[in-house]
Design a protein around this ligand. Structure first.
Ligand code: PLP
Length: 409
């Protein structure tokens, strides 16, 4: 006797995923991996994480926490110890005072953003996102049922949003403005003077809340002075969510700890979302994050100096290439260079470079360098390089890019 045939219907994704395509980053990374598998020597400049290791004292704190039995569920949105360390960090670095009920801890800053959007957006609510932007912003808004309102920012304006463009983008449906300084992907940062006109616009529109992503706070160069909007304009404190985390500053991307601070009512609503998705963040990672925030901070400055030397190397090498212009970023570990001067040129095979994605693909196929096209971040024609990799690799990559551009006619 044969068992009856089992009929299985094809998987049908939820309609909320329909607007979320496969990102250009994944496409380029997939192609790079495929070439590597075929034995090609490929330099991937796409990583969004420091190449340094987590500091030893942080690892030691995690080991001690495990040995002491900190291996169980913790308070839903952060242990009292970690919330105290976060409050101390905001006091020390930003001059901001938050009580434990105004602080939330999640599995990475990404989850903080996700919780905030899920907790606040109704279908069709609008979120203003200046471009170029970190890809997840728009997708998180879409998953939460909102509508991303993308506002292009020009290279001439340092990839920063202007007050006029913000004013024009605000409607009665606007719930949030999302700002990220220093920015992934542009490396651009807002000084107090840059922020002021934007905050003045927000003061005139009480229904618009502000989400600021300060993930790269500690990775700023030259004499740039980092500031965060809630410290500049206390009158906006009642509708500002300040997001930060340990991933970039302490090379802890794999530990998955991010945090946010803002009005208690929002923080409580975010905890409801978290309670039915991941529950508390990892107990061991939370103990490690306490050590990172409370421990010696000199390693952060040391690594910043190293990143600055690499930034200088990449910016000057790219800027020297005919057809490429590269603005000097104030922070993060990315350059966002324009390839406008290369659009319309032909590859040795006779193909025309007509987009930044086409240029990125040409770089990968011709000289084995993987960069991410600006269109993946909502602004073309640019390409992003992550310089969180060794100086030797960066020098070689820049040499190869120059060679590839020389090959264009
Ligand atoms: N915000 C920005 C601008 C980022 O670039 C990233 C990571 O790439 C994150 C937030 C998320 O960081 P995590 O979830 O590791 O804390």
């Amino acid at each position: 006797m044969h068992a009856p045939a089992v009929v299985t219907e094809a998987f049908r994704p939820a309609s909320r995923l329909a607007a979320i395509g496969v990102s250009e980053i994944l496409r380029i990374t997939g192609l790079a991996n495929e070439l590597k598998r075929l034995g090609r020597d490929v330099i991937v400049l796409g990583a969004g994480e420091p190449d340094f290791d987590t500091p030893q004292h942080v690892k030691d704190a995690a080991a001690r926490a495990m040995a002491a039995g900190a291996t169980k569920y913790t308070a839903l949105d952060g242990t009292p110890e970690l919330k105290a360390a976060i409050a101390a960090k905001f006091r020390r670095d930003n001059g901001l005072a938050f009580s434990p009920g105004e602080i939330t801890v999640s599995t990475g800053a990404k989850q903080v953003l996700y919780n905030a959007m899920m907790a606040s957006l109704d279908p069709g609510d609008e979120v203003i996102i200046p471009t170029p932007f970190w890809v997840s912003y728009a997708d998180i808004v879409l998953i939460a049922g909102g509508r991303p309102v993308l506002v292009p920012c020009t290279q001439e304006n340092g990839f920063r949003l202007t007050a006029e463009d913000l004013e024009r983008a605000i409607t009665p449906r606007t719930r949030w403005l999302m700002l990220n300084s220093p920015s992934n992907p542009s490396g651009a940062a807002y000084s107090e003077a840059d922020y002021r006109p934007l905050l003045d616009v927000l003061l005139r529109h009480p229904h618009v809340w502000l989400m600021v992503d300060d993930m790269y706070e500690h990775i700023v160069y030259d004499d740039f002075r980092f500031v965060t909007p809630a410290a500049i304009e206390p009158a906006l404190g009642g509708r500002t969510l300040t997001v930060n985390g340990v991933s970039k500053a302490y090379a802890m991307t794999g530990w998955r700890i991010g945090y946010g601070a803002g009005p208690a009512a929002l923080i409580r609503a975010m905890a409801v979302v978290q309670s039915q998705s991941t529950s508390c963040p990892s107990s061991i990672s939370q103990a490690a994050a306490v050590a990172a925030l409370d421990g010696p901070q000199d390693i952060v400055a040391e690594r910043r100096r190293s990143f600055q030397a690499r930034r200088d190397l990449v910016v000057s090498a790219l800027d020297a290439i005919d057809g490429i212009t590269c603005r000097v970023p104030e922070g993060a570990f990315y350059t966002f260079a324009s390839c406008a001067g290369l659009i319309g040129r032909k590859t040795p095979d006779g193909a025309v470079i007509d987009t930044d994605a086409g240029f990125a693909e040409y770089l990968l196929r011709s000289v084995g360098v993987a960069v991410v096209p600006g269109s993946a971040f909502g602004l073309a024609p640019y390409f992003r390089i992550s310089y969180a990799t060794s100086t030797a690799e960066l020098e070689e990559a820049c040499r190869r890019i120059a060679d590839a551009v020389t090959g264009l006619v």
